[in-house]
Design a protein around this ligand. Structure first.
Ligand code: C2E
Ligand code: MG
Ligand code: MG
Ligand code: MG
Length: 244
């Protein structure tokens, strides 16, 4: 699988699915780009499996460039067809992010495509925040200086301490699906979700919940003050979304 991933870009086996993100009025405000891999022998492989393999071999760098390039092209296309206000959230692996040349790769793709960085958001995870916090912060600041915004994905599932969190130049917190899923069960998910939302608000960050599947979850998240939502309730990830 590792070998096959080295050739996934050139063999045109990758595709991007887009999943809508909505506001409290259920208006689509943007999309998250989610990678899909269809291999002739392995069939369709889930990103939760193959991303780790691509990270281990290093092919995530080329794959990540491809993802960003596609998203930028989509933004330009939307710009030209009048859907100017939509944003795309792109998952960025810590293997990509930690590289010294990451910034220049991003810059190159932005220049090459002509995409507006104000409509691009990078989703990073807490796994990034391991040791070199100064470098991570500088890298994030440089990206934001280009006009991009930054979201902390799967928030609450990692091991980042609150002290680290307050140092990061973030724009958004993304509540993990596991907490949203727990909302129905009247368990700890409720307390954690409420805590994340108020934390986000006090830090002046946007808060988005992922994995919203039921009306009840949607209502409770709204009552807690969550402003943005993503999940099957509003739309599944689709390769060619047209009606929005
Ligand atoms: P993630 O970034 O946390 O993405 C959210 C995952 O939740 C996606 O799984 C999405 O399809 C799924 N999801 C969304 N709404 C619902 C819902 O209502 N219910 C349920 N049960 N699931 C929902 P997916 O597409 O399988 O992606 C898994 C993970 O793979 C992503 O988690 C992300 O960490 C990684 N990934 C995907 N695309 C990329 C990429 O282009 N680059 C990198 N580095 N990682 C990616
Ligand atoms: Mg994500
Ligand atoms: Mg997530
Ligand atoms: Mg997740």
């Amino acid at each position: 699988m590792s070998q096959a991933l080295n050739h996934a870009v050139e063999n045109q086996e990758l595709a991007l699915a887009l999943q809508p993100q909505v506001d409290t009025q259920q208006q689509v405000i943007g999309f998250e780009a989610l990678l899909r891999w269809q291999h002739p022998k392995f069939g369709s492989v889930s990103p939760s499996r193959f991303i780790a393999i691509a990270e281990a071999s290093g092919s995530i760098v080329e794959i990540g460039d491809w993802v960003l390039q596609q998203c930028c092209e989509k933004l330009v296309q939307w710009q030209q067809t009048g859907r100017k206000s939509l944003t795309i959230s792109v998952n960025v692996s810590s293997v990509q992010f930690r590289r010294g040349d990451f910034l220049s790769r991003v810059q190159h793709i932005l220049e090459h495509t002509g995409a507006n960085p104000n409509h691009l958001r990078f989703e990073l995870t807490e796994s990034l925040i391991a040791d070199d916090i100064d470098f991570i912060v500088a890298q994030m600041e440089a990206l934001r200086a280009l006009g991009l915004s930054i979201s902390l994905d799967d928030f609450g599932t990692g091991y980042a301490s609150l002290a680290y969190l307050t140092q990061l130049p973030l724009d958004e917190l993304k509540i993990d699906r596991a907490f949203v899923n727990d909302l129905d069960k009247h368990s700890k998910g409720e307390l954690l979700t409420e805590t994340i939302i108020s934390l986000g608000r006090s830090m002046n960050l946007a808060v988005i919940a992922e994995g919203v599947e039921t009306q009840e979850q949607f209502k409770r998240l709204q009552a807690m003050g969550c402003e943005y939502f993503q999940g099957y309730l509003f739309g599944k990830p689709r390769i060619e979304p047209d009606e929005f």
